[in-house]
Design a protein around this ligand. Sequence first.
Ligand code: BGC
Length: 720
Amino acid sequence: MKYLLSTLSILFLFISCNKAEKSNLNIIKEAIVTPYIPVLSFEAALAKADTILKTLTIDEKINLIGGHDFFFAEGVKKYNIPRLYMSDATQGIHIRRELPGQLEKSTAFPCPILMAATWNPALTQKIATSVGEECRAGGIHVLLAPGMNIYRISQNGRNFEYFGEDPYLTSRHIENYVVGIQNTGTISTLKHFLCNNNEFHRRRTNVIVDERTIHEIYTPAFQAGINAGALAVMTSYNQINGEYAGESKYVITDLLRNQLGFKGLVMSDWWSVWDPEKTMTSGMDLEMPGERIIDNPDLIAMGDIFVRSNAKRLLKESKVAETDIDRMAKHVIALSLEIGLDKHDIKDESYLTKFPEHEKIALQTAKEGIVLLKNNGVLPVSKDKKILITGDFVETMARGLGSAEVDGYNIVTMLNAFKTEFGNNLMYIKNPTNEELAKADIVLVSIGTLDSEGYDKPFALPKETNDKILNSATQNKNTIVIINSGGGLEMTPWNNQVAGIIYGWYVGQNGNTALAEIVSGKTNPSGKLPISIEKQFSDSPGGTYLPEGTELYTGWGPDMDMKEPMLNINYKEGVLVGYRWYDTKKINPLYAFGHGLSYTTFAFSDLKLSSKEMKATQNMKVTFTLTNNGNVDGAEVTQLYIQDPESSVVRPVKELKGFKKVFLKKGESAVIEMELMPRDLSFYDVTTKSWKAEAGQFNILVGNASDNIILKESLTYIEK
Ligand code: BGC
């Protein structure tokens, strides 16, 4: 078994190399690391919180169940329960300069979708540990991360904060993130539960989604985070099937707590609940940010929506019970006890010495997560070539905005990075003439988008951007496009004309060094897409998500426009998200999930299953050989998909159920070993409300991209 569903001991994957008994090849396996072990178990923390609660007045209890001063939850001083400081987020700490006692600087790591593109969750854990250490240095008790909403549509303004389109890949990163953060003593918050897959009018979106899709696509990453020991969960802005997530008993109590087994603290996203009675009886514990009225007429017009100011009235009117308030307050107190915050101060400035190490981890992640999409042979570029660089993000660092924004320090711009790598052979010209374009050996064109929460961005690039690229490609056949963006963009207008395309996502404060090294060949690219990039937006599963009569906007204003009616977003594609959609509908994306080029080549051979039959009580070993048969050292991401050719329900053509990034020197081979368990063959059966694998034939597919399956074997699943 590879991930924690039935036993805690088998949750995590990491590389371990053993010598094979019969051959000389290294065996590279998926293996395990331990989930976060709380300082005090949830049950013990709750019991202790209960004794504390008994000494508090009703006002003191109510004071605990809503936030204070925008980013704080109240503590109980006499019992050493600290006032909790909460901070964003997954790609590093967003420093709130307006608050006192803040860190002077925080590391801007590559964004989460780039972390996902490394296909190396161990690196994600290292980033999380680093972020946790910076939290400790800055006195941050609760990190409002990791974010893990699935990439349903390329236009989602927040895709950069998440880990792509596949639940399995996302889950492996999330469990590592949670362990990395919490082992430093900082609380991790899984967000946003649930189905916040677009930013377009996120507060007025009603997501219509079926139960099977919820379980197969939208909850597995949360399940992985819960199994890894995450202590907090944040609900989302949107409604789910007619109810706001943060007010929904189905979402919080039935699904999150009872079905997924989450025991810890549930908080709301900032101004996302409107009915205090519903909120308090849904299973919610903490309304954030509490009673700070921001200067927004639409929110003010919502009236007195806050839990704290309404709790006493609701109690008097018997609309809520004191046990509701107790449950909420108890969870807030228990949160600190579980991670031992009553025992030590969170702030520990000795962690400031770790920053240089964090920079190294950021750089390594960028090296592994930048994706070489296209290369007609122009790359790598030798250092004697005359390079012209131009475009949007040469002098400034492209990054995601909103609550996840991180300024960073020691910023390496693209210009500096390429100067360091190519010296005087690099020329930066803002608006090159055709003659200048034609004269260069190589032209690098930087383009992209600055994505943000609060609004979505168009998939199509502005006409001027496309024209600029096309003109460069016309003048110079060695035009390479470098893209910085939080998700897929439309490349069809010039994809065939350019010589190379590199997807840089948001590389973080020093990731441009990785980019320049990939261009020069000093670093061999090994990133793979954690998303499919469609040819045109209407090809994609959510391609028609904008309700009739609406259009995209920018800025945060319309996001707060609560007077307007709700907008239904129907997830009618069901479980067919990402490559599951393109495969099943036989629509070719421009670049497929899992795709990414290297400067070396790899051969896959010798696929073997430990048995031809698999029983419900059995796991199965899958092994195959990988050889670096090219001319340079490099890493390949081996990917294992399962396929159920015959099923009583619609199943995707293939589903990722294993992967391993493997570094091999040129000429070297290794045996890769993965383990499959019956759950990997299953779908969520809504009639029995459980996971079900149907007896019969399954295919095991192994390759290096979802559209490049190289090896195939079959097995028979026997239910009993
Ligand atoms: C975001 C959350 C974030 C919160 C606090 C909200 O706008 O949706 O992800 O944690 O703000 O900054």
